[in-house]
Design a binder for this molecule. Sequence first.
Ligand code: HAM
Length: 451
Amino acid sequence: MINLVKGTHDVILDEAKKYEAVESVFRDLASLYGFKEFRTPILEHSELFQRSVGDSSDIVRKEMYTFLDKGERSLTLRPELTAGIMRSIVNNKLLALDEGPVKAFYLGPCFRYERPQAGRYRQFNQFGIEMVGINDIYRDVEVITFGYHALKVMGFENLTLKINTLGDKETREKYNRALKEYFSKHIDSMCGDCKERFNLNVLRILDCKIKEDQEIVKNAPKIQDYLSDNAKDRFERVLESLKELNIEYEVDQNLVRGLDYYSDVVFEFHYTSKKGVNYGAIGAGGHYSNLFRELGGNKDLEGCGVAFGIERIVSVLEDDGSLEKIKNSVNVYIMPSSDVTRSFASLLAKELRTNGASTDICYENKSMKSMLKKADKLSAIVGIILNDDLLKENKTIVKNLVTTEQEEVSTEHLLDRVFDILVSEIKKKEAEDHEHEEDCDCEECHHHHEE
Ligand code: HAM
């Protein structure tokens, strides 16, 4: 028997369905936000990552699967996708005409030689989006909103969005000097990694996970005190805009991210499952300003993106028992009672799906009671009951499954009525979630009021 390579895993049978469920939430939402799919190669020239993710990052220094191919070229299995997307945008001259932004989404395997543990693999999958050719903070906010929205759709409740700014070039130069000065007094007692970081990129020390070092990091200068006016203004406007959108966040001044290409806003989504398992950040990203030029672009074009670890999301949702819900949820459930009504049901489902309502049909010969039970399991909002007698008169029964009210509706008005109910129930649900926050005393909502 030949075993799996350490840090890799099979996704098979029912497990694959779970992945599909999470991935389709991302894909659907990305289309809704106007992103288009990019499929770039898994193999890239090693130089791509050295120049983007950065020579001083742990990823490039220690974690890349790099090898010489038979033609003696140094190639690397991609550790992330942002660099490849940017390379593709430059190679294909997608921004040559200044028609920005390019809005790309992607899904696929990445490789990092890390120590395997819960939620940490050597081959894992990322879903991400990149928005390139931007200079407006509202684009950064759109990327964060996308991430927040996707995770909420999947049922993440107590999500923590940690956010920070790395400022602009001017900020980082000043801040680096301040950090160098501070850490030069402590570096002798710090870990070997920090000693290397001190020389390569002192900012990285803030990310050290070693307890004794963290004590020293606690008292290090804070970037907020070194922000240029411009960087400060940008960050404040991002926070302001998130507040307006009701997106909760926590400013974390030690959040520096493990990749070198960031400037200005950076962020991570954290979540601990109800059982208390923390799988690390489930998604992360930020703004970048030099990447386009660094990879051969001929102008200064900025971008912002976020990527999510699919394995981590599946694990957390599974721990919380929320996966069934996304896997199964539909807007409309059609319940026909005979072959005649079943053929009408197919036509109806086609209409509903074409108009964007996710729809399922019970084709199995089941009692009304068990069909309604199934509708509940699917978290359907509207049920459509079809029986021969009514259908002969061009009538159906539409049941609002949230309020349990039902009414006879003519086939002519069926689509309109179904969408009326869908829209009003979805709005009601949003209002309820919001009200809950206002009345509630729980820690999360309380935190939200204070902001
Ligand atoms: P990253 O923080 O290195 O950022 O990775 C993004 C996400 O990928 C992490 O939050 C985590 O969920 C997942 N991930 C990373 N390493 C592993 C692993 N070994 N096993 C399982 N999951 C993992 C980036 O990769 C950037 N390209 C994000 C970005 C996009 N920034 C701008 N645009």
